[in-house]
Design a binder for this molecule. Structure first.
Ligand code: FE2
Length: 309
């Protein structure tokens, strides 16, 4: 059997600059905005916070910042955003992106309506042409009250699908300032961190650009998975993968789909990193099913690994 290429992703230049940056929001093109908004309200407790200029809807929790934007169109990723709490973080990212020749523009002010202190934000295409937002700290009152079985704790990570994992990893690590936590040794999946969580962003080869593989919300603990799976069943939403535990990140997971077909993960027990106290060498996991699902290796219908099924 032909062995897949072995790839070692490297950290260079700005790697590790960001230590207090997390996902902020995500925008999707969906064929039916009303159906998707109804689903996100019913299932995840996200409420409409406003209408977008393009006729889309902005959803969030409580009085805090928004989480999901829904824009009418063929299913695809419209943009994905990060909240940068590092000191001078936005300015640093802007300088590094410009120095590396990236096309940086100011972020639409509506994304920083809830800014704390200086309202600053930038927008830049990633190597696949997806639009990435970076903005400073925003108010999040009302977002952090977990209600077991009814709403998750927070939006936790985005996993972007790509045709070129190495290029995406180099952009986010060497220029923006993330670090590599883990990768599959065939180079087709990389998990990147920008705060204490094992990953706030992951990139995976899916044979095309312009869409997510999945995105994820945090639950508090294992007990919540039972409540959520029962609740999803009551709501007529199928659990499509899991429960299981990932190797990279060691987090528990279940998956289900929104009406547009976006894969949504609920996650808990994500591995924590304390880079100021230990030197960590990124692990390179075998590209086999039990790496992404330690509990027996059952894969999601859309998931493949390069060695075995
Ligand atoms: Fe995930």
């Amino acid at each position: 059997m032909e062995r897949p290429n072995r790839v070692v992703l490297q950290e260079r230049d700005a790697a590790g600059t960001l230590t207090s940056t997390a996902v902020s929001h995500i925008g999707f093109h969906v064929p039916d905005v009303a159906a998707a908004a109804s689903f996100y309200g019913r299932v995840l407790g996200l409420v409409v916070q406003g209408e977008l200029e393009n006729g889309g809807l902005r959803l969030g929790w409580g009085t805090g910042h928004h989480v999901v934007d829904l824009i009418e169109g063929e299913k695809s990723l419209a943009y994905y955003g990060f909240e940068v709490r590092d000191t001078d973080g936005i300015e640093g990212i802007r300088k590094r992106l410009l120095a590396a020749g990236h096309d940086v523009s100011e972020l639409d002010p509506s994304f920083i309506d809830y800014a704390l202190g200086t309202a600053d934000g930038i927008s830049v295409p990633d190597p696949d042409g997806n639009i990435v937002h970076f903005h400073g700290p925003v108010e999040r009152q009302g977002e952090n009250a977990a209600d077991t079985g009814r709403r998750p704790i927070k939006f936790q990570h985005t996993t972007v699908g790509t045709v070129d994992v190495a290029a995406m990893a180099a952009f986010f690590v060497d220029v923006v300032g993330f670090r590599i936590s883990d990768q599959l040794e065939d180079g087709k999946f990389a998990w990147l961190r920008s705060d204490r969580d094992h990953h706030t962003l992951a990139v995976v080869e899916i044979g095309k650009a312009g869409d997510i593989d999945h995105y994820s919300y945090d639950l508090a603990e294992w007990e919540d998975f039972k409540a959520w799976c029962d609740r999803l069943t009551d709501l007529g939403v199928d659990v499509s993968w899991g429960p299981g535990r990932h190797g990279p990140g060691n987090n528990l997971f279940v998956f289900f789909d929104d009406p547009a077909g976006n894969h949504i993960e609920l996650s808990a027990e994500m591995e924590k990193f304390h880079d100021d106290r230990v030197t960590y060498v990124p692990r390179r996991w075998k590209p086999i099913p039990t790496s992404v699902n330690l509990w027996g290796g059952q894969l999601a219908t859309w998931r493949k690994t390069s060695e075995g099924n």
